[in-house]
Design a protein around this ligand. Structure first.
Ligand SMILES: [Zn+2]
Length: 608
Protein backbone atom coordinates (compact mmCIF):
# COMPACT_ATOMS: atom_id res chain seq x y z
CA UNK A 1 0.00 0.00 0.00
CA UNK A 2 0.87 3.67 -0.01
CA UNK A 3 2.85 5.40 2.71
CA UNK A 4 0.44 6.98 5.21
CA UNK A 5 1.32 10.58 4.24
CA UNK A 6 0.80 9.89 0.53
CA UNK A 7 -2.33 7.90 1.26
CA UNK A 8 -3.84 10.87 3.07
CA UNK A 9 -3.35 13.12 0.03
CA UNK A 10 -4.76 10.42 -2.25
CA UNK A 11 -7.85 10.10 -0.04
CA UNK A 12 -8.32 13.87 -0.06
CA UNK A 13 -8.12 13.96 -3.87
CA UNK A 14 -10.52 11.05 -4.19
CA UNK A 15 -13.01 12.73 -1.85
CA UNK A 16 -12.79 15.82 -4.07
CA UNK A 17 -13.26 13.73 -7.20
CA UNK A 18 -16.45 12.28 -5.80
CA UNK A 19 -17.72 15.64 -4.60
CA UNK A 20 -17.63 14.55 -0.97
CA UNK A 21 -14.98 16.97 0.36
CA UNK A 22 -16.28 19.66 2.74
CA UNK A 23 -13.13 21.80 2.78
CA UNK A 24 -10.21 22.00 5.18
CA UNK A 25 -9.12 24.19 8.08
CA UNK A 26 -6.19 24.24 10.52
CA UNK A 27 -6.66 22.91 14.01
CA UNK A 28 -4.57 22.04 17.08
CA UNK A 29 -4.21 18.44 18.20
CA UNK A 30 -1.94 16.23 20.26
CA UNK A 31 0.44 14.16 18.16
CA UNK A 32 1.95 11.18 19.94
CA UNK A 33 5.56 10.52 18.96
CA UNK A 34 7.88 7.60 19.54
CA UNK A 35 10.30 8.39 22.36
CA UNK A 36 13.20 6.77 20.51
CA UNK A 37 12.78 7.77 16.88
CA UNK A 38 10.53 10.81 17.18
CA UNK A 39 8.25 9.31 14.48
CA UNK A 40 4.54 10.16 14.74
CA UNK A 41 2.67 7.22 16.19
CA UNK A 42 -0.49 6.22 14.31
CA UNK A 43 -3.31 4.01 15.51
CA UNK A 44 -3.75 0.90 13.39
CA UNK A 45 -6.44 -1.72 13.70
CA UNK A 46 -5.00 -5.22 13.97
CA UNK A 47 -5.74 -8.63 15.44
CA UNK A 48 -4.24 -9.31 18.88
CA UNK A 49 -4.35 -12.04 21.49
CA UNK A 50 -6.12 -11.26 24.74
CA UNK A 51 -6.38 -13.07 28.06
CA UNK A 52 -9.74 -13.07 29.76
CA UNK A 53 -8.80 -11.76 33.20
CA UNK A 54 -11.86 -11.87 35.44
CA UNK A 55 -11.67 -15.64 36.09
CA UNK A 56 -7.94 -15.32 36.89
CA UNK A 57 -8.42 -12.30 39.14
CA UNK A 58 -11.11 -13.81 41.37
CA UNK A 59 -8.88 -16.36 43.17
CA UNK A 60 -6.06 -13.77 43.35
CA UNK A 61 -8.38 -11.36 45.15
CA UNK A 62 -9.47 -14.17 47.44
CA UNK A 63 -5.85 -15.07 48.34
CA UNK A 64 -5.16 -11.59 49.72
CA UNK A 65 -8.62 -11.22 51.26
CA UNK A 66 -8.30 -14.40 53.28
CA UNK A 67 -4.71 -13.66 54.33
CA UNK A 68 -3.03 -16.46 52.37
CA UNK A 69 -0.89 -13.66 50.97
CA UNK A 70 0.06 -10.68 53.09
CA UNK A 71 1.03 -7.40 51.43
CA UNK A 72 3.36 -5.05 53.33
CA UNK A 73 3.02 -2.14 53.91
CA UNK A 74 -0.63 -3.19 54.25
CA UNK A 75 -2.11 -0.06 52.70
CA UNK A 76 -1.06 -1.44 49.30
CA UNK A 77 -3.73 -4.15 49.56
CA UNK A 78 -6.30 -1.50 48.76
CA UNK A 79 -4.55 -0.65 45.51
CA UNK A 80 -4.24 -4.34 44.69
CA UNK A 81 -7.96 -4.92 45.23
CA UNK A 82 -8.89 -1.84 43.24
CA UNK A 83 -6.90 -3.04 40.24
CA UNK A 84 -8.05 -6.62 40.32
CA UNK A 85 -11.72 -5.80 40.91
CA UNK A 86 -11.72 -3.46 37.92
CA UNK A 87 -9.55 -5.62 35.72
CA UNK A 88 -10.00 -5.70 31.94
CA UNK A 89 -8.95 -8.28 29.42
CA UNK A 90 -5.23 -8.20 28.81
CA UNK A 91 -3.68 -7.79 25.37
CA UNK A 92 -0.67 -10.08 25.47
CA UNK A 93 0.69 -10.02 21.92
CA UNK A 94 3.60 -7.72 21.19
CA UNK A 95 5.30 -6.82 17.92
CA UNK A 96 8.85 -7.18 19.17
CA UNK A 97 11.89 -9.11 18.03
CA UNK A 98 12.46 -10.99 21.22
CA UNK A 99 10.23 -12.82 23.67
CA UNK A 100 8.27 -16.01 24.18
CA UNK A 101 6.66 -16.81 20.79
CA UNK A 102 2.88 -17.02 20.78
CA UNK A 103 1.91 -20.70 20.37
CA UNK A 104 -0.56 -20.15 17.51
CA UNK A 105 -0.28 -21.31 13.89
CA UNK A 106 -2.15 -20.05 10.82
CA UNK A 107 -3.06 -22.36 7.94
CA UNK A 108 -2.43 -21.62 4.25
CA UNK A 109 -5.29 -23.90 3.27
CA UNK A 110 -8.10 -22.85 5.63
CA UNK A 111 -9.08 -20.23 8.21
CA UNK A 112 -8.39 -22.43 11.21
CA UNK A 113 -5.95 -21.18 13.89
CA UNK A 114 -4.11 -23.99 15.61
CA UNK A 115 -3.15 -23.34 19.26
CA UNK A 116 -0.95 -25.99 20.78
CA UNK A 117 1.27 -26.71 23.80
CA UNK A 118 3.69 -28.55 21.51
CA UNK A 119 5.09 -27.03 18.31
CA UNK A 120 2.37 -27.73 15.73
CA UNK A 121 3.31 -29.56 12.53
CA UNK A 122 -0.11 -29.66 10.88
CA UNK A 123 -3.32 -27.63 10.83
CA UNK A 124 -5.80 -28.74 13.47
CA UNK A 125 -8.66 -27.96 11.06
CA UNK A 126 -7.80 -29.40 7.64
CA UNK A 127 -4.65 -31.36 8.50
CA UNK A 128 -2.61 -29.38 5.97
CA UNK A 129 1.08 -28.95 6.77
CA UNK A 130 1.46 -25.47 5.27
CA UNK A 131 1.20 -23.61 8.54
CA UNK A 132 2.93 -20.50 9.87
CA UNK A 133 3.48 -19.52 13.51
CA UNK A 134 2.23 -16.12 14.72
CA UNK A 135 5.05 -13.52 14.40
CA UNK A 136 4.14 -11.85 17.67
CA UNK A 137 5.66 -12.57 21.05
CA UNK A 138 4.13 -12.48 24.51
CA UNK A 139 4.08 -9.30 26.59
CA UNK A 140 7.13 -9.21 28.88
CA UNK A 141 4.90 -9.21 31.95
CA UNK A 142 3.20 -12.37 30.75
CA UNK A 143 6.56 -14.15 30.70
CA UNK A 144 7.59 -12.51 33.99
CA UNK A 145 4.36 -13.66 35.58
CA UNK A 146 5.50 -17.24 35.02
CA UNK A 147 8.81 -16.56 36.76
CA UNK A 148 8.11 -18.19 40.17
CA UNK A 149 7.73 -21.61 38.54
CA UNK A 150 9.11 -21.38 34.98
CA UNK A 151 12.57 -20.77 36.46
CA UNK A 152 12.29 -23.97 38.50
CA UNK A 153 11.84 -26.27 35.50
CA UNK A 154 8.05 -26.14 35.15
CA UNK A 155 6.17 -27.83 33.49
CA UNK A 156 8.48 -30.70 34.50
CA UNK A 157 7.98 -31.80 38.10
CA UNK A 158 11.53 -31.02 39.18
CA UNK A 159 13.07 -31.32 42.64
CA UNK A 160 13.65 -27.55 42.62
CA UNK A 161 10.01 -26.86 41.85
CA UNK A 162 8.93 -29.19 44.62
CA UNK A 163 11.34 -27.59 47.08
CA UNK A 164 11.01 -23.89 46.25
CA UNK A 165 7.42 -23.41 45.14
CA UNK A 166 5.75 -21.66 46.86
CA UNK A 167 8.36 -19.41 48.39
CA UNK A 168 7.85 -17.09 51.38
CA UNK A 169 8.84 -13.51 50.67
CA UNK A 170 8.57 -11.57 47.43
CA UNK A 171 10.36 -8.24 47.60
CA UNK A 172 9.96 -5.61 44.91
CA UNK A 173 8.99 -2.01 44.17
CA UNK A 174 5.41 -0.85 44.62
CA UNK A 175 5.35 0.44 41.03
CA UNK A 176 5.13 -3.10 39.67
CA UNK A 177 2.62 -4.45 42.20
CA UNK A 178 0.10 -4.84 39.39
CA UNK A 179 2.39 -5.49 36.38
CA UNK A 180 4.36 -8.22 38.05
CA UNK A 181 3.17 -9.23 41.52
CA UNK A 182 -0.53 -9.54 40.68
CA UNK A 183 0.31 -11.44 37.48
CA UNK A 184 2.55 -13.88 39.35
CA UNK A 185 -0.24 -14.51 41.83
CA UNK A 186 -2.85 -15.06 39.11
CA UNK A 187 -0.63 -17.31 37.02
CA UNK A 188 0.68 -19.21 40.00
CA UNK A 189 -2.84 -19.95 41.17
CA UNK A 190 -3.87 -20.94 37.65
CA UNK A 191 -0.95 -23.13 36.60
CA UNK A 192 0.31 -24.42 39.95
CA UNK A 193 -2.94 -24.43 41.89
CA UNK A 194 -1.40 -22.50 44.80
CA UNK A 195 -0.02 -19.05 45.55
CA UNK A 196 3.62 -18.42 44.52
CA UNK A 197 4.55 -16.69 47.82
CA UNK A 198 2.93 -15.77 51.10
CA UNK A 199 4.32 -12.28 51.75
CA UNK A 200 4.82 -9.35 49.42
CA UNK A 201 7.24 -6.70 50.65
CA UNK A 202 7.03 -3.46 48.73
CA UNK A 203 9.90 -1.00 48.83
CA UNK A 204 9.98 2.58 47.66
CA UNK A 205 11.27 3.59 44.27
CA UNK A 206 14.97 4.45 44.11
CA UNK A 207 15.26 7.91 42.58
CA UNK A 208 18.09 10.39 42.10
CA UNK A 209 19.13 12.82 44.82
CA UNK A 210 16.39 15.27 43.82
CA UNK A 211 13.69 12.61 44.07
CA UNK A 212 13.32 12.36 40.29
CA UNK A 213 12.81 9.01 38.63
CA UNK A 214 15.98 7.64 37.09
CA UNK A 215 15.98 7.59 33.31
CA UNK A 216 18.56 7.20 30.59
CA UNK A 217 17.37 10.37 28.89
CA UNK A 218 17.74 12.39 32.10
CA UNK A 219 21.24 11.00 32.59
CA UNK A 220 20.53 10.43 36.28
CA UNK A 221 20.74 6.65 36.39
CA UNK A 222 23.10 5.52 39.14
CA UNK A 223 24.66 2.22 38.15
CA UNK A 224 25.20 0.14 41.31
CA UNK A 225 28.46 -1.19 39.87
CA UNK A 226 29.84 2.36 39.61
CA UNK A 227 28.97 2.94 43.25
CA UNK A 228 30.62 -0.33 44.26
CA UNK A 229 33.80 -0.13 42.17
CA UNK A 230 34.02 3.65 41.73
CA UNK A 231 33.90 5.76 38.55
CA UNK A 232 35.32 9.11 37.50
CA UNK A 233 33.01 11.89 36.37
CA UNK A 234 34.29 11.39 32.80
CA UNK A 235 33.29 7.74 32.94
CA UNK A 236 29.83 8.62 34.25
CA UNK A 237 29.35 11.21 31.52
CA UNK A 238 30.56 8.88 28.79
CA UNK A 239 28.19 6.16 29.91
CA UNK A 240 25.23 8.57 30.07
CA UNK A 241 26.01 9.97 26.62
CA UNK A 242 26.12 6.47 25.16
CA UNK A 243 22.75 5.73 26.75
CA UNK A 244 21.29 8.80 25.03
CA UNK A 245 21.17 11.36 27.86
CA UNK A 246 20.06 14.87 26.95
CA UNK A 247 22.34 17.89 27.44
CA UNK A 248 20.54 18.84 30.67
CA UNK A 249 21.19 15.32 31.96
CA UNK A 250 24.90 15.59 31.25
CA UNK A 251 24.98 18.94 33.00
CA UNK A 252 23.27 17.40 36.02
CA UNK A 253 25.90 14.67 36.16
CA UNK A 254 28.75 17.13 35.86
CA UNK A 255 27.49 19.43 38.60
CA UNK A 256 26.17 16.79 40.99
CA UNK A 257 29.11 14.37 40.88
CA UNK A 258 32.11 16.45 39.79
CA UNK A 259 34.48 13.94 41.38
CA UNK A 260 32.56 10.86 40.29
CA UNK A 261 32.15 8.06 42.82
CA UNK A 262 34.77 6.56 45.08
CA UNK A 263 34.74 2.77 45.34
CA UNK A 264 32.23 2.54 48.19
CA UNK A 265 31.82 -1.23 48.07
CA UNK A 266 28.79 -3.49 47.92
CA UNK A 267 28.31 -3.56 51.70
CA UNK A 268 28.03 0.22 51.93
CA UNK A 269 25.47 0.31 49.13
CA UNK A 270 23.48 -2.46 50.75
CA UNK A 271 23.46 -0.80 54.18
CA UNK A 272 22.40 2.46 52.56
CA UNK A 273 19.42 0.88 50.84
CA UNK A 274 18.40 -0.83 54.08
CA UNK A 275 18.53 2.45 55.95
CA UNK A 276 15.55 3.97 54.12
CA UNK A 277 12.15 3.49 55.71
CA UNK A 278 9.93 1.01 53.84
CA UNK A 279 7.09 3.50 54.31
CA UNK A 280 8.71 6.06 52.03
CA UNK A 281 7.55 5.89 48.44
CA UNK A 282 10.70 7.46 47.14
CA UNK A 283 14.23 6.58 48.09
CA UNK A 284 16.25 9.61 47.03
CA UNK A 285 19.54 7.74 46.78
CA UNK A 286 22.15 9.94 48.38
CA UNK A 287 25.79 9.34 47.52
CA UNK A 288 26.72 11.14 50.76
CA UNK A 289 24.80 8.53 52.68
CA UNK A 290 26.59 5.72 50.84
CA UNK A 291 29.84 7.42 51.75
CA UNK A 292 28.69 7.45 55.38
CA UNK A 293 28.18 3.70 55.35
CA UNK A 294 31.54 3.21 53.62
CA UNK A 295 32.99 5.08 56.61
CA UNK A 296 31.04 2.75 58.86
CA UNK A 297 32.60 -0.25 57.10
CA UNK A 298 36.03 1.29 57.70
CA UNK A 299 35.15 1.91 61.33
CA UNK A 300 34.14 -1.72 61.77
CA UNK A 301 37.31 -2.88 60.04
CA UNK A 302 39.56 -0.74 62.22
CA UNK A 303 37.73 -1.71 65.41
CA UNK A 304 38.18 -5.36 64.49
CA UNK A 305 41.85 -4.87 63.77
CA UNK A 306 42.30 -3.31 67.18
CA UNK A 307 40.40 -6.12 68.89
CA UNK A 308 42.26 -8.87 67.05
CA UNK A 309 45.57 -7.19 67.78
CA UNK A 310 44.77 -7.05 71.50
CA UNK A 311 43.76 -10.72 71.41
CA UNK A 312 46.91 -11.74 69.61
CA UNK A 313 48.95 -14.03 71.83
CA UNK A 314 46.02 -14.71 74.16
CA UNK A 315 44.20 -18.03 74.27
CA UNK A 316 40.80 -16.33 74.63
CA UNK A 317 38.28 -17.29 71.96
CA UNK A 318 34.76 -16.20 71.22
CA UNK A 319 32.41 -18.54 73.06
CA UNK A 320 28.85 -19.42 72.22
CA UNK A 321 27.76 -18.52 75.73
CA UNK A 322 27.67 -14.95 76.89
CA UNK A 323 30.51 -14.16 79.33
CA UNK A 324 29.62 -13.14 82.91
CA UNK A 325 31.97 -10.24 83.63
CA UNK A 326 32.01 -8.14 86.80
CA UNK A 327 33.67 -4.92 85.59
CA UNK A 328 31.21 -2.14 84.82
CA UNK A 329 32.45 -1.44 81.28
CA UNK A 330 32.13 -5.10 80.31
CA UNK A 331 28.71 -5.48 81.89
CA UNK A 332 27.59 -2.27 80.20
CA UNK A 333 28.70 -3.17 76.68
CA UNK A 334 27.05 -6.60 76.88
CA UNK A 335 23.81 -5.05 78.04
CA UNK A 336 23.94 -2.53 75.20
CA UNK A 337 24.78 -5.29 72.71
CA UNK A 338 21.76 -7.33 73.71
CA UNK A 339 19.59 -4.25 73.65
CA UNK A 340 20.70 -3.60 70.05
CA UNK A 341 20.17 -7.26 69.09
CA UNK A 342 16.68 -7.11 70.52
CA UNK A 343 15.81 -4.05 68.45
CA UNK A 344 17.40 -5.68 65.40
CA UNK A 345 15.41 -8.90 65.86
CA UNK A 346 12.16 -7.00 66.36
CA UNK A 347 12.92 -4.90 63.29
CA UNK A 348 13.61 -7.95 61.14
CA UNK A 349 10.40 -9.63 62.28
CA UNK A 350 8.42 -6.53 61.43
CA UNK A 351 10.25 -6.06 58.08
CA UNK A 352 11.66 -2.80 59.39
CA UNK A 353 15.13 -3.39 58.01
CA UNK A 354 15.86 0.29 58.57
CA UNK A 355 15.30 -0.08 62.30
CA UNK A 356 17.25 -3.32 62.47
CA UNK A 357 20.26 -1.95 60.61
CA UNK A 358 20.07 1.36 62.47
CA UNK A 359 20.23 -0.31 65.89
CA UNK A 360 23.35 -2.27 64.95
CA UNK A 361 24.96 0.72 63.27
CA UNK A 362 24.53 2.90 66.35
CA UNK A 363 25.67 0.19 68.70
CA UNK A 364 28.86 -0.44 66.73
CA UNK A 365 29.71 3.18 66.12
CA UNK A 366 28.47 5.09 69.17
CA UNK A 367 28.95 2.51 71.86
CA UNK A 368 31.36 -0.24 70.83
CA UNK A 369 33.84 1.96 68.96
CA UNK A 370 33.42 5.34 70.66
CA UNK A 371 33.27 4.04 74.22
CA UNK A 372 33.99 0.40 74.73
CA UNK A 373 37.22 0.13 72.76
CA UNK A 374 38.57 3.12 74.70
CA UNK A 375 37.42 1.52 77.93
CA UNK A 376 39.09 -1.76 77.09
CA UNK A 377 42.55 -0.20 76.80
CA UNK A 378 43.13 0.63 80.49
CA UNK A 379 41.54 -2.69 81.48
CA UNK A 380 43.76 -4.73 79.16
CA UNK A 381 46.81 -2.78 80.32
CA UNK A 382 45.91 -3.04 84.01
CA UNK A 383 48.06 -6.06 84.82
CA UNK A 384 45.06 -7.45 86.73
CA UNK A 385 44.80 -11.01 85.35
CA UNK A 386 41.11 -11.48 86.13
CA UNK A 387 40.15 -8.12 84.64
CA UNK A 388 42.24 -8.79 81.53
CA UNK A 389 40.63 -12.18 81.03
CA UNK A 390 37.03 -11.01 81.33
CA UNK A 391 37.76 -7.97 79.14
CA UNK A 392 39.24 -10.18 76.42
CA UNK A 393 36.25 -12.50 76.64
CA UNK A 394 33.82 -9.61 76.42
CA UNK A 395 35.68 -7.91 73.59
CA UNK A 396 35.79 -11.00 71.41
CA UNK A 397 32.23 -12.00 72.27
CA UNK A 398 30.81 -8.61 71.35
CA UNK A 399 32.79 -8.49 68.12
CA UNK A 400 31.89 -12.03 67.04
CA UNK A 401 28.21 -11.58 67.90
CA UNK A 402 27.76 -8.22 66.24
CA UNK A 403 29.42 -9.55 63.07
CA UNK A 404 26.84 -12.33 62.88
CA UNK A 405 24.03 -9.84 63.45
CA UNK A 406 25.39 -7.54 60.74
CA UNK A 407 26.11 -10.32 58.29
CA UNK A 408 22.81 -10.25 56.36
CA UNK A 409 23.27 -6.50 55.92
CA UNK A 410 27.01 -6.35 55.19
CA UNK A 411 27.86 -9.84 53.97
CA UNK A 412 31.35 -9.29 52.59
CA UNK A 413 33.19 -7.42 55.31
CA UNK A 414 31.61 -9.43 58.12
CA UNK A 415 32.72 -12.73 56.57
CA UNK A 416 36.21 -11.38 55.99
CA UNK A 417 36.59 -10.32 59.62
CA UNK A 418 34.74 -13.27 61.12
CA UNK A 419 37.15 -15.71 59.49
CA UNK A 420 39.94 -14.10 61.53
CA UNK A 421 38.15 -13.99 64.88
CA UNK A 422 39.32 -16.76 67.25
CA UNK A 423 36.22 -18.88 67.90
CA UNK A 424 34.97 -21.91 69.79
CA UNK A 425 35.87 -25.38 68.51
CA UNK A 426 33.43 -26.75 65.93
CA UNK A 427 32.42 -23.24 64.88
CA UNK A 428 30.86 -23.27 61.39
CA UNK A 429 33.22 -22.83 58.45
CA UNK A 430 31.46 -19.68 57.30
CA UNK A 431 29.51 -16.89 58.93
CA UNK A 432 26.91 -17.55 56.22
CA UNK A 433 25.84 -20.77 57.89
CA UNK A 434 26.29 -19.62 61.49
CA UNK A 435 23.32 -18.89 63.71
CA UNK A 436 21.81 -15.40 63.82
CA UNK A 437 22.32 -14.10 67.39
CA UNK A 438 19.24 -14.62 69.48
CA UNK A 439 19.29 -11.49 71.57
CA UNK A 440 17.85 -11.76 75.01
CA UNK A 441 17.55 -15.52 74.95
CA UNK A 442 21.25 -15.61 75.82
CA UNK A 443 21.60 -12.69 78.19
CA UNK A 444 19.71 -10.25 80.34
CA UNK A 445 19.71 -6.51 80.19
CA UNK A 446 21.84 -5.13 82.99
CA UNK A 447 19.91 -2.02 83.96
CA UNK A 448 22.14 -1.30 86.94
CA UNK A 449 25.24 -1.33 84.74
CA UNK A 450 23.58 0.95 82.21
CA UNK A 451 22.52 3.41 84.92
CA UNK A 452 25.96 3.47 86.52
CA UNK A 453 27.69 3.82 83.20
CA UNK A 454 25.58 6.85 82.35
CA UNK A 455 27.23 8.58 85.33
CA UNK A 456 30.66 7.76 83.89
CA UNK A 457 29.66 8.94 80.41
CA UNK A 458 28.26 12.24 81.69
CA UNK A 459 31.32 12.89 83.83
CA UNK A 460 33.82 12.08 81.07
CA UNK A 461 31.73 14.17 78.68
CA UNK A 462 31.99 17.19 81.01
CA UNK A 463 35.73 16.71 81.39
CA UNK A 464 36.12 16.68 77.62
CA UNK A 465 33.97 19.79 77.26
CA UNK A 466 36.13 21.64 79.78
CA UNK A 467 39.24 20.56 77.90
CA UNK A 468 37.82 21.77 74.60
CA UNK A 469 36.40 25.05 75.95
CA UNK A 470 39.64 26.05 77.59
CA UNK A 471 41.99 24.68 74.95
CA UNK A 472 43.76 22.38 77.39
CA UNK A 473 46.09 20.23 75.27
CA UNK A 474 45.42 16.48 75.28
CA UNK A 475 48.90 15.85 76.55
CA UNK A 476 48.16 17.71 79.80
CA UNK A 477 46.37 15.85 82.56
CA UNK A 478 43.77 17.85 84.49
CA UNK A 479 43.12 17.58 88.23
CA UNK A 480 39.43 17.36 89.08
CA UNK A 481 38.01 17.99 92.55
CA UNK A 482 34.58 16.50 92.92
CA UNK A 483 31.85 15.90 95.44
CA UNK A 484 28.47 14.20 95.33
CA UNK A 485 25.68 14.09 97.90
CA UNK A 486 24.22 11.12 96.06
CA UNK A 487 25.48 7.82 97.46
CA UNK A 488 25.09 5.90 94.20
CA UNK A 489 26.94 8.47 92.16
CA UNK A 490 29.65 8.70 94.77
CA UNK A 491 30.07 4.93 94.64
CA UNK A 492 30.28 4.89 90.81
CA UNK A 493 32.84 7.69 90.60
CA UNK A 494 34.91 6.02 93.27
CA UNK A 495 34.77 2.58 91.69
CA UNK A 496 35.31 3.80 88.12
CA UNK A 497 38.01 6.26 89.00
CA UNK A 498 40.65 4.52 86.90
CA UNK A 499 38.37 4.35 83.86
CA UNK A 500 37.40 8.01 84.08
CA UNK A 501 41.00 9.07 84.56
CA UNK A 502 42.09 7.13 81.48
CA UNK A 503 39.23 8.36 79.28
CA UNK A 504 39.30 11.96 80.45
CA UNK A 505 43.11 12.23 80.75
CA UNK A 506 42.64 13.52 84.27
CA UNK A 507 43.21 12.86 87.94
CA UNK A 508 40.25 12.65 90.31
CA UNK A 509 40.39 14.06 93.85
CA UNK A 510 37.42 13.57 96.12
CA UNK A 511 36.66 16.84 97.90
CA UNK A 512 35.24 16.13 101.34
CA UNK A 513 34.12 19.71 101.87
CA UNK A 514 31.41 20.52 99.31
CA UNK A 515 31.46 24.21 100.29
CA UNK A 516 34.81 24.55 98.55
CA UNK A 517 33.17 23.60 95.25
CA UNK A 518 30.42 26.16 95.71
CA UNK A 519 32.97 28.94 95.67
CA UNK A 520 35.84 27.39 93.73
CA UNK A 521 37.80 30.54 93.05
CA UNK A 522 38.25 31.15 96.75
CA UNK A 523 40.03 27.79 97.00
CA UNK A 524 41.48 26.91 93.60
CA UNK A 525 43.41 29.00 91.14
CA UNK A 526 41.86 29.63 87.70
CA UNK A 527 39.30 26.90 88.17
CA UNK A 528 36.57 25.91 85.76
CA UNK A 529 33.53 24.20 87.24
CA UNK A 530 31.00 21.73 85.94
CA UNK A 531 27.85 20.24 87.31
CA UNK A 532 26.43 16.81 86.49
CA UNK A 533 23.21 15.59 88.09
CA UNK A 534 24.05 15.46 91.83
CA UNK A 535 27.76 15.98 91.18
CA UNK A 536 29.84 19.16 91.41
CA UNK A 537 33.39 19.43 90.21
CA UNK A 538 36.11 22.06 89.95
CA UNK A 539 39.03 21.90 87.54
CA UNK A 540 41.86 24.21 88.67
CA UNK A 541 44.53 25.75 86.47
CA UNK A 542 42.66 25.59 83.21
CA UNK A 543 41.37 29.12 82.90
CA UNK A 544 43.31 31.72 81.03
CA UNK A 545 41.70 34.85 82.51
CA UNK A 546 41.89 36.90 79.32
CA UNK A 547 40.49 34.15 77.13
CA UNK A 548 37.84 33.31 79.68
CA UNK A 549 36.72 36.93 79.92
CA UNK A 550 36.39 37.01 76.12
CA UNK A 551 34.46 33.78 76.10
CA UNK A 552 32.07 34.88 78.85
CA UNK A 553 31.53 38.25 77.21
CA UNK A 554 30.78 36.62 73.89
CA UNK A 555 28.24 34.34 75.53
CA UNK A 556 26.76 37.23 77.47
CA UNK A 557 26.28 39.24 74.28
CA UNK A 558 24.58 36.31 72.62
CA UNK A 559 22.24 35.79 75.57
CA UNK A 560 21.38 39.49 75.75
CA UNK A 561 20.58 39.57 72.07
CA UNK A 562 18.28 36.55 72.30
CA UNK A 563 16.67 37.94 75.42
CA UNK A 564 16.09 41.30 73.71
CA UNK A 565 14.26 39.65 70.82
CA UNK A 566 12.10 37.59 73.15
CA UNK A 567 11.20 40.46 75.45
CA UNK A 568 10.27 42.66 72.55
CA UNK A 569 7.97 39.91 71.33
CA UNK A 570 6.41 39.48 74.76
CA UNK A 571 5.89 43.23 75.07
CA UNK A 572 3.88 43.19 71.86
CA UNK A 573 0.18 42.85 72.86
CA UNK A 574 -0.85 41.38 69.51
CA UNK A 575 1.63 38.50 69.95
CA UNK A 576 0.49 37.75 73.49
CA UNK A 577 -3.19 37.90 72.51
CA UNK A 578 -3.08 36.11 69.19
CA UNK A 579 -0.34 33.50 69.42
CA UNK A 580 -1.35 30.08 70.76
CA UNK A 581 -1.11 29.89 74.53
CA UNK A 582 1.57 27.18 74.41
CA UNK A 583 3.79 29.38 72.25
CA UNK A 584 3.41 32.36 74.56
CA UNK A 585 4.11 30.17 77.59
CA UNK A 586 7.23 28.80 76.00
CA UNK A 587 8.48 32.30 75.19
CA UNK A 588 7.93 33.30 78.82
CA UNK A 589 9.81 30.27 80.11
CA UNK A 590 12.64 30.86 77.64
CA UNK A 591 12.97 34.46 78.70
CA UNK A 592 13.19 33.45 82.37
CA UNK A 593 15.87 30.91 81.52
CA UNK A 594 17.85 33.48 79.58
CA UNK A 595 17.68 35.91 82.51
CA UNK A 596 19.08 33.20 84.76
CA UNK A 597 21.83 32.52 82.30
CA UNK A 598 22.65 36.22 82.07
CA UNK A 599 22.90 36.42 85.83
CA UNK A 600 25.25 33.44 85.99
CA UNK A 601 27.48 34.82 83.23
CA UNK A 602 27.66 38.21 84.94
CA UNK A 603 28.58 36.56 88.23
CA UNK A 604 31.29 34.53 86.51
CA UNK A 605 32.69 37.66 84.87
CA UNK A 606 32.75 39.49 88.20
CA UNK A 607 34.57 36.65 89.88
CA UNK A 608 37.41 36.70 87.33
ZN1 LIG B 1 -6.09 -25.73 7.71
Amino acid sequence: GLDRFEARKAVEIELGNRGLARGSKKHMMTLPRSQRSGTIVEPMISTQWFVQMKPLAAPAIQAVEDGTIQILPPEWSKTYFHWLRNIQDWCISRQLWWGHPIPAWYCEGCEHVTVSREDATACGGCGGTSIRQDDDVLDTWFSSGLWPFSTLGWPEKTVALERFYPTQDMETGYDILFFWVARMIMMGLHFMGEVPFTRVLLAGLVTDERGEKMSKVKGNVVDPLDVIYGATNEQLVEKAEKAGAKKSGIKYLKTTYPDGFAAYGADALRMTLLSYSPQSRRIALSIKRIEGYRNFANKLWNASRYALMRLDGSSTKAAQQCPQPTALANRWVLSRLYQALEVAATGLDAYRLDEASGALYHFVWDEFCDWYLELSKPALDSGDAALIEETEQTLVHVLETVLRALHPMMPHITEEIWQRVPKWDEAPKSIMVSRFPTGLVDAKLDRAAERDFEVVQAFVGSVRTIRAEHDVPRSRSMRIHWHSHDEDKHRVLDAERRTIEALGRCELCFEADPAKLDDPNAHFKNAAVFVNPAIRAAVPDVIDTEKERDRLQRNLKKVEKELGVLEKKLANPSFVERAPEAVVDKSRRDSLELRDKRERLEAALNSL
